[in-house]
Design a protein around this ligand. Structure first.
Ligand SMILES: [Zn+2]
Length: 310
């Protein structure tokens, strides 16, 4: 038992020995000095946010999209034949190899067939997945990827540009698109992503789905996977199904809107006022406490091995 604890400590010290971007050395040293017991009670986002390299284990998406981790991650190269990774300093361009290959395939096929000049790839996951210090609740198991709704420029962007350039929204307001930005190539790109059988869901801002509902001809079944959701005005989110062969990866129930596309009742709901209303609260009620941060103990047990692996 003593030996095991020592081993875990040694592995952790190694894992956290590289300086992390955006985190002070004090935090790093503090994390590395935590005992196994303390580790259980440290916010998982602190632990996973500090990992700089992937866990050298079999490639596995462990747990569920918003509660899990990733082993054997593959890095999406900063540049490819039809993509550029944005926000490279965040070190969130790690995914399950199946997801990285899927995004690369989408990039190539959209460039070849859809009039889309390559992908600008946003956040995928951290090197060992898990919760993040900022942003996303999901993106934890390496099967989620954000892709900008702006075509890639013809030149190679500098590191500084990749961190500084802002994406341009395709949305005018919560009900309508900005047709100065939106093009039919956007629609073809999203249709292609949703048509891959490996893809479980695509998240877009509601007026984007409304546009796709009007636009789609012929086979409209892919529309079922395109889900309207808040805050997807300048990027769309690709969520892949669990790759076969590992039972510890938990799929969501497939998107199955009643009308087969989600263009009827669901779209009417999103075009209405209800989803956008702030919930009413009794002014005399106690202020709401934020939900406590996930600890390592709240994640699947396999994630402990992912934290301590070399
Ligand atoms: Zn996302």
């Amino acid at each position: 038992m003593k030996l095991l604890t020592n081993l875990a400590f040694w592995a952790l010290a190694l894992l956290f020995s590289q300086p992390a971007l955006g985190q002070s050395a004090k935090d790093q040293a503090g994390l590395a000095a935590l005992s196994a017991k303390q580790l259980e009670h440290t916010a998982a986002k602190e632990i996973f946010g500090a990992a700089r390299i992937p866990a050298n284990l079999k490639s596995r998406a462990i747990g569920s999209y918003a509660k899990g981790c990733l082993s054997g991650a593959m890095e999406m190269p900063d540049d490819g034949t039809a993509w550029q990774v944005m926000r490279t300093s965040r070190n969130r361009n790690w995914g399950h190899p199946a997801l990285v290959k899927l995004v690369e395939r989408l990039a190539r096929e959209a460039k070849a067939n859809d009039g889309w000049n390559g992908l600008m790839v946003g956040d995928i996951a951290q090197p060992r997945g898990g919760p993040m210090l900022t942003g996303h609740a999901s993106h934890q198991i390496g099967l989620d990827a954000d892709v900008w709704l702006n075509p890639m420029p013809d030149r190679k962007l500098t590191q500084k540009e990749r961190d500084d350039i802002s994406a341009v929204s395709v949305v005018k307001d919560r009900k309508s698109l900005d047709y100065k930005v939106w093009t039919e190539a956007h629609a073809r790109l999203i249709r292609r992503a949703a048509s891959y059988p490996e893809v479980a869901r695509i998240f877009v801002h509601p007026p984007i789905k409304a546009e796709l509902c009007k636009w789609a001809k012929g086979d409209r079944s892919w529309l079922a996977k395109v889900r309207p959701y808040f805050n997807h005005t300048y990027h769309f989110h690709i969520r892949m199904k669990c790759p076969a062969g590992y039972a510890g990866c938990k799929n969501q129930a497939p998107a199955a809107p009643k009308d087969g596309t989600g263009c009827g009742e669901e779209m009417a709901y999103w075009m209405g006022e209800v989803p956008w209303k702030k919930p009413k609260r009794d002014p005399k009620a106690k202020p709401l406490k934020p939900a406590p941060a996930l600890t390592l103990a709240a994640l699947p047990a396999e994630c402990r091995a992912v934290v301590t692996a070399p």
